[in-house]
Design a protein around this ligand. Structure first.
Ligand code: NAG
Ligand code: NAG
Ligand code: NAG
Length: 527
């Protein structure tokens, strides 16, 4: 039993009651235009670890920043690549400063982390599975609610494999997904067998709730394989199907029609949602549009992420401009694009290009997200970088999570990089470690913690034992370090308070001897 004499009189504790501690340490700060980072001197994927959590966070290099990128939303990425260790790989949320907010591992390879709404609730959605099938995947789509509980794991319909490129909710409560399906096609037109095989690109619209198939479209029914820019090479047999189309994004509009991006056709296709027939094609060998911008509105290649804007008159996309990291025919750089479409006059006009100050060229993946405030976030896919631009194309914020030296190697990638608002209220408790007289506290995924308060289990003569708040520390980064007083004990805990000063949750109560947690068989005081 603890003698009450070991406890300090209240007056001493009260003297540091709710004082702000000057020496609260947060995470290691990001790097700022650090040349060693980009030379790979900290490794291809610089990381940091924490005391209170096993999670491994990236430590990013910020090349430029602006308050105009801070609208209270978060950056969502899915780092992977052969220099991103298993314990650091997975869906991840960062705040606008680059500090970790949430990460989870254990889903194999992950792609396409977003916030989407279903039945009035916000969910984190992503794909996880095996991506080693030659540029596409076989896995599942996951939904995680605001408490970080996984609420669903969805596959593709008709027994097909759910591909990694798209899992996008529609306003009707359905989901658009991509499927790669081995399919027999006559390939004599490209010098192969009449019984040739392709990785066919399939659009599925499914009921999210029960997986029921609502619409399906198959590229080989509507596209001639000779229009592909992907050389058939040695492919085209049953065990080496030819990826002639390579679907990578789908959107549905209010008229029920679909907008589909095909990397290997260099084409955005507008598909009739009733008949499946092609309404028009933008870009590629069968381009239907007159280019009003000297060819620059329709000359995108290997592009990703085609989205409608401005009442269905503007399309944004990520123009990779490259298929392989170094190739004679590569464009000089990748670009985010906005293209104005007039589908009565059948004209296309380049509105704005978003070009990285270092002219990054990404041979695969990538995203272009037009944000609600008009800024445009470009994720560089194969290269560990994302950049936020003003609507006019000026660079506002630019960051690397892989060293520049690792670019073009696939060592550090994220399929897309996107920004969303998100409120995370984990159903776990905050976690605390105590080391050398300091507490380290974090709470994976909690977005509403404003300050941490160390509570001491204390009593006054003649009173019941009670929790008294003794140290107040502003939350700063993923993990906050709070120096503890030797006078504290014998039990402490740390409370998470929101902006209004309300306690959201507390850590476990631990026995504390002024320096460390001690082993104790004694039941905690009745705090
Ligand atoms: C789509 O197909 C349906 C049925 O064939 C047709 O009635 C409709 O006009 C088509 N829509 C467009 C935009 O072509
Ligand atoms: C969007 O465009 C259609 C014409 O295609 C027009 O009828 C409608 O009023 C427009 N909506 C808005 C919000 O501008
Ligand atoms: C986040 O929410 C704020 C406040 O509503 C809004 O201004 C901003 O555009 C949102 N950002 C994103 C990326 O949705």
């Amino acid at each position: 039993m603890f003698s009450r004499l070991h406890l300090l009189p209240n007056s001493i504790l009260l003297s540091f009651l709710l004082q702000n501690i000057a020496h609260v340490l947060a995470d290691l700060s990001p790097y700022f235009s650090d040349k060693k980072f980009d030379n790979g001197e900290y490794g291809s994927y610089p990381m940091q670890t924490f005391h209170s959590s096993d999670i491994v966070a990236p430590r990013i290099n910020i090349l430029s920043s602006s308050s105009r990128c801070d609208d209270g939303s978060y950056i969502l990425i899915t780092p992977r690549g052969h220099r991103v260790p298993d314990e650091a790989r997975g869906p991840m949320i960062l705040d606008h400063r680059g500090d970790l907010v949430w990460a989870v591992t254990g889903y194999e390879q992950t792609y396409d982390l977003m916030v989407q709404e279903y039945a009035g609730q916000q969910y984190l959605t992503f794909w996880g599975g095996n991506d080693a099938i030659g540029g596409h995947g076989a896995g599942h789509y996951y939904m995680i609610d605001s408490t970080y509980k996984q609420t669903s794991k969805v596959g593709a319909a008709s027994g097909m494999a759910a591909d990694l490129h798209e899992f996008r909710f529609t306003d009707e409560g359905t989901a658009l997904i991509t499927v790669y399906d081995v399919h027999q096609v006559d390939l004599t037109s490209v010098g192969k067998s009449k019984d040739g095989y392709v990785w066919d690109s399939v659009v599925q619209e499914i009921n999210i709730y029960n997986g029921e198939l609502l619409f399906q479209w198959r590229a080989s029914d509507h596209y001639n394989v000779v229009d592909s820019f992907h050389d058939v090479g040695d492919e085209g047999a049953q065990d080496t199907p030819w990826d002639f189309f390579h679907i990578n994004s789908i959107e549905k509009d209010p008229w029920g029609n679909y907008l589909v991006s095909s990397r290997y056709m260099h084409t955005i296709t507008y598909i009739n949602g009733t008949s499946g027939s092609i309404i028009w094609r933008l870009g590629g060998k069968r381009n239907d549009f007159k280019d009003l911008s000297n060819g620059r509105a329709t000359d995108f290649t290997f592009q990703h992420d085609a989205r409608w804007h401005h009442n269905y008159t503007v399309i944004s996309l990520f123009d990779n401009g490259a298929q392989y990291p170094s190739h004679d025919e590569n464009a000089p750089y990748s670009r985010g694009m906005k293209i104005a479409i007039d589908d009565e006059k059948m004209t296309a006009r380049l509105v704005t290009e978003y070009i990285n100050p270092e002219k990054l060229l990404s041979s695969s993946q990538g995203s272009t997200q037009v944000l609600p405030n008009g800024n445009v976030l470009v994720g560089y896919g194969y290269n560990g970088a994302f950049t936020e631009y003003a609507a006019n194309g000026d660079t506002l914020c630019d960051a690397h999570f892989g060293s520049a030296k690792s670019f073009h190697t696939g060592e550090v990638q994220s399929y897309r990089a996107m920004k969303f608002n998100w409120t995370g209220r984990p159903n776990t408790r905050p976690s605390m470690a105590i080391l050398d007289g300091s507490a380290y506290v974090s709470w994976n995924g909690a977005t509403e913690v404003h300050q941490w308060v160390v509570d001491n289990c204390d009593y006054e003569d003649g009173e019941e034992e009670s929790w008294r708040p003794v140290i107040n520390a502003k939350k700063n980064g993923f993990e906050t370090m709070i120096p503890l007083s030797k006078a504290l004990g014998p039990y402490i805990r740390i409370a998470a308070l929101d902006k209004a000063g309300r306690t959201i949750s507390t850590t476990e109560t631990v026995p504390f001897d002024g320096v460390r947690i001690f082993q104790s068989d004694v039941a905690p005081l009745l705090c």
